[in-house]
Design a protein around this ligand. Sequence first.
Ligand code: NAP
Length: 257
Amino acid sequence: MDLRLQGKTALVTGASRGIGLAITRSLIDEGVTVVAAARNVDGDLKSLPAEAVAVDLAAADGPARLVDEAVSRAGGIDILVNNVGGVRPRPGGFVSVTDDDWLRTLNLDLMSAVRTTRAALPSLLERTGTIVTVCSVNATLPDPLVIDYSAAKAACLSFFKSLSKEVGGRGVRVNTVSPGPVATDLWLGKGGVAETVAGASGNEPGKVAAGAAAESVTGRFTRPEEVADLVVFLASDRAGNLTGTDIVIDGGMTQTM
Ligand SMILES: NC(=O)c1ccc[n+]([C@@H]2O[C@H](COP(=O)([O-])OP(=O)(O)OC[C@H]3O[C@@H](n4cnc5c(N)ncnc54)[C@H](OP(=O)(O)O)[C@@H]3O)[C@@H](O)[C@H]2O)c1
């Protein structure tokens, strides 16, 4: 299927690893000029023909600086992919999560997307562009182990649904993608979910990951490339009448209809 994305421009956040790197690769393969942002852009991004920008998107002024840079390097933004995010499991329970912990999570998992979107919206409106945000199944499957992350992702889902109603009439489509466990550093890397939960419970990281995989009917983690395929489809005109939608990609883990 020709996604007709050739010649478009995109801004992808959290693009140096995992899902964001896979999205960047897929967009480039479709002929899109990609501005790719993360704090450290010296790794795998270097081998891609992307416009890499080093920026801390949890800092209040990071998103606006990034959007300015993206507009000046690419001429404007047709596709905004809000992908940046992170999670820290809370094996100590709710009372162990301090105000600072909450604010860090809300900044990274909610406000970075709010601020990036606010800064990019004029360009998106001018070009009747589109926004795809990587949310999480935890937006609708609240979990005390990731209590602050679940709340931030729920707010993120609500925010983008509201925004889809405000800007839909002006031609900007706004959708979210909500993955279950994906095989990236966030889950499987150093300090990731598997290692942290294993450390707190005296278990092996591999067994924690296997337990999470077993919760899906497919019995495995989603691959970053599978999330990327979905994001790239939503970003294309092939999804022209899809807006205000959240698409779950979790191998059948979610049990509700
Ligand atoms: N993996 C999963 O199981 C899963 C499931 C559901 C939803 N998600 C969501 O999917 C998105 C991507 O997750 P992932 O699994 O690909 O994570 P990941 O492998 O940990 O990658 C995170 C990316 O974000 C960048 N980043 C982190 N903090 C940043 C900051 N303050 N400023 C700028 N860039 C920053 C990282 O690069 P630097 O460290 O160089 O900055 C990296 O490129 C997140 O929103 C996450 O919540 C993931």
